[in-house]
Structures are given as C-alpha cells and as structure tokens.
Ligand binder design. Structure first.
Ligand SMILES: [Fe+2]
Ligand SMILES: [Fe+2]
Length: 241
C-alpha cells in the first residue's frame, strides 16, 4: 500500500493512458497472477512449517481470486483476457524459471523450504508492485470509467498483496536465522571432529604428550635464534635508508 503522502499527491496528479497500452499492462499482470498460482502449488509441495503451509494455502486462494478480478477488469474495459501481450509472455517465462528452480536436487528439506519461500518473495514483489501501480492509476486517471473499475478492485487486492509480500518476507527471515544457527552448530562440531581425524596417529600422540625437558630446551633455543635473526634483519633494513 502506498504511503499517505504519496496517495494525497496522486489525487493532484493527472495521467492519461491509452486503452491499448493499458490492455497490454493488464495482460501482463494477469499472467503474473497465473504464475503465482503455479508457484504456490509447487511451494506447497515443499514447505513443511505448519504456519507457512496455512498461509500459503490462503494466499494461493486469494491469488486465484486476483485472476478473476483482473479478468473482470479487462472485460469491463473492452479487452480480451485470453490475448497475451509481449510483456505477459515475459512474465510467463519468469514464472517458469522460478518453477524450474525448485526443488533443488541435493538440498535438504529445510533448504528446499527456504528456496521455495524465497521464490514466493520474488514473485510477490512483482505482484505487489503491479497492484500498487493499479491503485496509483485509479487515483491519477482522468477517465471516470477507468477509475470506477480500478479503484474498488485495487482497494481490496492491495491489502492482500501487502500481506502476501510482508508476511512471507518476515517469516523467511525468521526461518533463515534458525537455519543459520543450526548449520553453524553442526559445522563447528564437524570441524572439531575433522581436525582431530586428519591428524596422523603419531601427531595425535605427540599432541597429547607433555614436552620432555630436553625438547622444551631445544624449542626455546630455536625461538630465540629466530628472534635474533629478525632483529638483525630489521636493523639492516633501517640502516639502508
Ligand atoms: Fe495477487
Ligand atoms: Fe500476491
């Protein structure tokens, strides 16, 4: 939903849009909703969090209603909802690409859930922008018929689009934080195990044994010889300037 100041500004701004340009745009927006329907269906096969499942079922239903609303708008404005504009064809390809990107072979159940939710956020970002634009157009148009057709539809759908995008984005963030914590824990514990496992048996027994007095003496001697060499190198370096 647009901000209050933007809404007020829209009422003092006029825009004229030709019917054919508007029909192409509405055809694209309808295609986005159709892609959304398929994306929710695919995502519902992959998500397992009960809250996400419930919300996605609700959003899927609303997405189908949005298709009906857009179809009615196109018909009322004299267009053909079956014809596909060039940008509608691109919208369809984008949805296909998102559908192909899930599930990811080799991903865990958790990773596939997060990936499906991320795809929904991507699709809903576009869907949300579409309806925000229709709301803006309803406020700015000089065409009374267009305003009467668009305004009530945008008023109803924009609120739902706000929830589709904001809820999914927030929930995705929560589940990602949880997954990061889990992955870090298991990475830390397996790192500890692998460091120990990669040592040779001789190195392992050396690491666990205390140093004998003579070895300790030899190590101290080596350290002080190295330190002396470093000091001499440093002095030589300074005197060359
Ligand atoms: Fe929608
Ligand atoms: Fe949506």
């Amino acid at each position: 939903m647009a901000e209050f100041t933007e809404i007020v500004k829209d009422y003092f701004t006029n825009v004229e849009v030709s019917n054919s340009v508007l029909m192409d745009l509405l055809s694209e927006f309808l295609e986005v909703e159709k892609g959304g329907e398929q994306l929710y269906e695919k995502a519902l096969e992959l998500v397992f969090d009960s809250e996400v499942k419930t919300k996605f079922r609700e959003f899927h239903k609303q997405t189908m209603t949005h298709q009906k609303v857009l179809t009615e708008i196109i018909v009322k404005l004299g267009g053909n909802p079956r014809s596909q504009s060039p940008t509608a064809k691109v919208a369809s390809k984008k949805a296909e690409a998102l559908l192909r990107s899930m599930p990811v072979p080799g991903f865990s159940r958790e990773q596939n859930q997060l990936n499906a939710m991320e795809n929904i956020v991507l699709a809903e970002t576009k869907d949300h922008a579409d309806w925000e634009l229709l709301g803006k157009l309803a406020r700015q148009t000089t065409d009374n018929q267009l305003r009467e057709v668009l305004a009530p539809a945008a008023k109803m759908v924009e609120q739902e689009e706000d929830e589709h995008l904001n809820w999914t984005r927030k929930k995705l963030g929560e589940l990602q934080i949880e997954a990061l914590g889990k992955a870090s824990k298991s990475a830390n514990s397996s790192n500890g195990r692998s460091t120990e496992a990669h040592r040779t048996p001789a190195a392992q027994s050396k690491a666990s044994k205390p140093l004998s007095a003579s070895s300790a003496k030899r190590r101290t001697k080596r350290k002080s010889a190295n330190a002396n060499q470093k000091t001499r190198n440093g002095q030589g370096h300074r005197s060359s300037h």
